[in-house]
Design a protein around this ligand. Sequence first.
Ligand code: SF4
Length: 402
Amino acid sequence: MKSRRTTRQIHVGKVPVGGGTPITVQSMTTTKTADVDGTLAQVYALAASGADIVRITCNDAEAAEGLAEITPRSPVPIIADIHFQYRLALAAMEAGVDALRLNPGNIRKPEHIRTVAREAKDRGLPIRVGVNAGSLDKDLLAEHGTATPKALVASALKEIEYLADEDFEDIKISVKHSHVPSMVDSYRLLSETLDYPLHLGVTEAGPPPGGLIKSVAGIATLLMEGIGDTIRFSLTADPVEEAKAGRQLLEYLGLRDRTGLDLIACPSCGRAEVDVVAVASEAQERLEAAELPIQVAVMGCVVNGPGEAREADIGIAAGRGKGHLFIKGEVVRVVPEDEMVDALLEEALRLVEEGADARIAAADVSAAEVAAADRQELLAIQGDANDTAARRAAVAEAAAGK
Ligand code: SF4
């Protein structure tokens, strides 16, 4: 992974964005903003699922009134999403939001943008210049023919010029596209052009799994290049899924500390001694409910499982009707197969409470022996999958007709 590109820092409420601070996760509510209780419930659910910042539409006067009740009760900073009517940006600021998102494609009068910038500057609120390929300024579309990366960046630059007329620099920028390669190229071009913090996203990515794949492809590619300061998955799904996915992506890339479960599981193969899909699904459900911030492995056989998953905090591998429970690759307990998920959960809870060294020290002394015997028995039946040199030699001999 490349080192992170240096950007300016802004603050969305209490959350810093850019300037080398941790990359943040954003999501957006899907409720009517005027439904204060419903929107607040969703904001809380998003915050609990990993969102650091939540955006809420401010699309009419009732929405602005709703925001006035929502913002003081929100656990995370609130950004008002503004399209077409600049007066709603003024109303949202009056309602106490922490930042604005303006779409340059549909608030087009420079004097309106300047009025909003003056007010935001007086209140110390940042603005996201949120360019979207689907709603690009008509003049730019005519000039560039289509929503090219250059056209998207030109739209952002034009808006920033209007903001600069008011000495407004408290800015972050997005140039979202629904076509992943165009999205990636747009942000690359933008990051070469300006040093404002960048909000990454693939717009209108669609429902999972396709929407997830598109979002990960675009956002992760840029993050690996050191581009991006805050991210949003735009999924056609419950926004809680967006927040979870955003948070997971950052954790999997090592860009945020682990707060939740990281379940690794083998894909299963002909050596599997158990239904890996069923065991992994049950383990995931129960471990997620326990909210344990650890890496857990579910492996289909004891021949390769404990070795391949030795980096995991804790894991279970199946063999000869038993579950072999291991911590950092060391077998600590052997249990009947139908008790393996129960034992995994119990041991995971104790691991988090007591630490790995204490749990390895408390290992069942006979476990390693039983595990070794089961492994040998399986190896005798199936052969050693790692003995590839001997296998290759046998295949070569057979091919040569020896
Ligand atoms: Fe196959 Fe065992 Fe590896 Fe799972 S751990 S993929 S069952 S060899």
